[in-house]
Write a protein that binds this ligand. Structure first.
Ligand code: MV4
Length: 477
């Protein structure tokens, strides 16, 4: 086992990883940049090292990070998500430096980063793909493929992913015009102009399977998460399990995800993303070779600490359990609490948090990185915390999340809490049958006039004292 881990990230995920290390009895090192000097993750580790330059570049400079990890005597680096977590060059640099990397091999990261290569490998493994083309070279080839796939179709960048470098076209004319634009955008964004085509799946659900694999050829899946509630490719609410999958579909998709992992000799935790259409046909979309933001809800319904397992797997330990050992228990929901204003087009809202009171009680989990008095910096992802609720039934989980959101007090910055309060009352959301198109449409219809802020106890007590009433009665809702 490792003895000391350097956590190459910030915010809630750095704290999440440090917690796993502590439970495993491992020492921890944080890194931080100058503009992030009051961040919570710094104080949660045993040691903290300033990296430069700020605000962000220090978190991306993997040569520097490997250097400070060696200097601190760490034997492995955990990259979290974002930043350098899916940079195969970083994984390769760790391999070259003899530094442990808590994640996949550079080869696996690289293969899944190239969307055509990923499709080829998944096809070889027997994973269903969205009907599509290889890389498009010539204009005649382009029109031939468009003809055989049919419209509407998507032009996607080979080096894209996560919603970046995609373009929807509905007919020959849009395709002819869109193709050079898509190539130019791909070139600008990724330095690689190669694009390919995929049939456009209308009204899909985004459903992903969590997998875990060890270095001895064993692979298990931990069921699915439905991440269809997104805005501009940012997930907002994730649930587990999905309300539309049958046990047979879950089993089939789980087995397919395991085949995908075996095909690429995967030996860590990962996620296989699928689009699921209205008839429950599923198609491979991408594979995420990192720990994900929403791993929490899978932990809640399985009782498995995915980050701890990820560290143990990197150290060469065998899988914690067999597929038969994995049991699913109830329903979990996660709301990402962001510092942005849902009343004003999700405009970012950094600044000082003047008051912070988090919910709690049965079935609630919070992974956060803020406190009253903390100044939310404008440089990073706006996520303040992940609020999760568990319930024996879907209904209990939703009602518990509503109760927790009502308890949550964050003042000084605008947050996405009012949005979630509204969504949880929406019938379409509660049905669980929403697609990836639900959110953008719903946002336009929502009005926040009836969303109530929690009261401050101080004002209630002050009113009672002011009116000198022995039997003061306050109407709080
Ligand atoms: C698609 C699609 C429909 N058909 N591909 C968006 C994120 C990236 N991973 C792929 N994405 C999509 N690819 C085909 N062939 C629809 C989307 C999509 C989407 C997917 C998942 C979650 C939210 C989405 C929102 C818009 C579009």
């Amino acid at each position: 086992m490792f003895k000391k881990i350097l956590v190459a990230n910030r915010g809630e995920i750095a704290i999440r990883v440090i917690r796993a290390c502590k439970e495993l009895g491992l020492a921890t090192v944080s890194i931080f940049t100058e503009q992030d000097a009051s961040a919570v993750h710094i104080a949660k580790a045993d040691q903290a090292i300033l990296v430069t330059p700020g605000p962000i570049a220090g978190y991306l400079d993997y040569d520097q990070i490997i250097k400070v990890a060696k200097w601190a005597g760490a034997d492995a680096i955990h990259p979290g998500y974002g930043f350098i977590s899916e940079n195969w060059r970083f994984a390769q640099a760790c391999e070259a430096a003899g530094m442990g990397f808590i994640g996949p091999t550079a080869t696996a990261i690289r293969s899944m980063g190239n969307k055509i290569r990923a499709r080829e490998m998944m096809s070889a493994a027997g994973v269903p793909l969205v009907p599509g083309s290889p890389v498009i070279e010539t204009d005649t080839e382009a029109m031939d493929w468009a003809g055989s796939i049919g419209y509407p179709l998507m032009i996607k960048a080979q080096a894209g992913g996560g919603g970046k470098g995609m373009r929807l076209v509905n007919n020959d004319e849009e395709f002819r015009q869109g193709l050079p634009i898509a190539r130019a955008e791909a070139k600008k964004a990724f330095g690689d102009e190669a694009v390919y085509l995929e049939k456009f799946i209308t009204q899909p659900k985004h459903i992903e399977i969590q997998i875990m694999a060890d270095k001895y050829g064993r692979v298990i899946h931990l069921g699915e998460r439905d991440c269809s509630i997104q805005r501009r490719h940012q997930k907002l609410i994730e649930i587990a399990p999905s309300l539309v999958l049958t046990p047979e579909k879950r089993e089939a998709m789980g087995e397919v995800a395991k085949k995908a992992a075996r095909e690429i000799n995967y030996h860590t935790v990962g996620t296989v993303e699928f689009l699921v259409d209205q008839d429950l046909n599923y198609y491979f979309l991408e594979m995420n070779t990192r720990i994900q933001v929403e791993h929490t809800i899978t932990e809640i319904i399985t009782g498995i600490d995915i980050v701890k397992e990820q560290i143990k797997l990197a150290a060469g330990e065998p899988l914690c359990c067999t597929q038969d050992d994995v049991k699913f228990w109830g329903h979990a929901i996660q709301c990402r609490i962001n510092a942005e204003d849902p009343r004003n087009n999700f405009f970012p809202s950094p600044g000082k948090i003047t008051k912070y009171q988090s919910p709690g009680g049965i079935g609630i989990r919070i992974d956060g990185c803020v406190f009253g008095g903390y100044e939310v910096p404008p440089y990073f992802d706006p996520m303040l915390s992940k609020l999760c609720a568990w319930g024996n039934t879907w209904e209990e989980a939703v009602n518990r999340m509503g109760r927790a959101l009502d308890e949550y007090i964050i003042r000084g910055v605008k947050t996405s809490i009012p949005l979630y309060k509204k969504l949880l009352k929406d019938e379409e959301f509660r049905s669980g049958r929403y697609t990836t198109e639900y959110m953008e449409k719903k946002i336009l219809e929502l009005s926040y006039e009836d969303v109530k802020e929690p009261f401050d106890i101080y004002y209630i007590a002050a009113a009672a004292l002011f009116f000198e009433m022995n039997y003061f009665y306050a109407e709080l809702r």
